[in-house]
Design a protein around this ligand. Structure first.
Ligand code: COA
Length: 145
């Protein structure tokens, strides 16, 4: 795993296009859904973080500033064969350092039920009851930086 790197990628770059394919494969295809242009209208205004293994993009995570203090983490996805190897955790840690250095005080996210334990293990607090998003249960979670 020593060749894995985490960093920011440019919107509309080749890596961005690869990351959209990964988001489709990991987050939408298993639910029988497809990304539409409308789903991606905000992509241009967000920070895009990627994990790479050599030339291959293996993880993605988006950050959407909601205010000067608050940022929303979304679209967290790791390529299936790389899951459970610490890649997701490295991306989240990278984001937390980045957000802190930019002056954000808090990260919030909507976690799928299957990913709840992943975020709990990284000290995100679950807020309130589950709600439906894209047809599946989600939980709001927050972490103070
Ligand atoms: C959820 C996801 C992003 C996690 O990334 P990952 O690289 O597989 O997770 P990591 O290997 O970094 O795991 C970090 C920690 O979370 C725990 N964890 C990860 N997934 C877990 C799960 N499904 N259930 C319980 N614990 C889990 C790991 O055991 C590990 O704990 P540790 O630090 O004590 O060893 C990834 O599995 C994924 O893309 N899943 C499919 C898409 C998805 O559900 N995305 C989240 C949308 S909200």
């Amino acid at each position: 795993m020593s060749t894995i790197k985490i960093g920011l990628i440019e919107y509309d770059s080749e890596q961005y296009i690869e990351s959209v394919a990964l988001r489709q494969d990991v987050l939408r295809t298993p639910l029988g859904l497809k990304f539409t242009k409308e789903n991606m209208t905000n992509d241009a205004n967000e920070m895009h973080i990627a994990a790479t293994d050599g030339e291959q993009l293996i993880g993605v995570l988006l950050l959407r500033p909601l205010s000067d203090h608050l940022v929303k983490m979304r679209q967290v996805a790791v390529k299936e064969v790389y899951q459970g190897k610490g890649v997701g955790k490295q991306m989240v840690q990278f984001c937390e350092s980045l957000c802190k250095s930019m002056g954000f005080a808090r990260i919030e996210l909507n976690a799928r039920q299957v990913a709840l334990a992943f975020y709990l293990s990284q000290d995100y607090d679950q807020i309130g009851e589950s709600f439906l998003e894209i047809g599946i249960p989600h939980f709001k979670m927050i972490k103070k930086l």
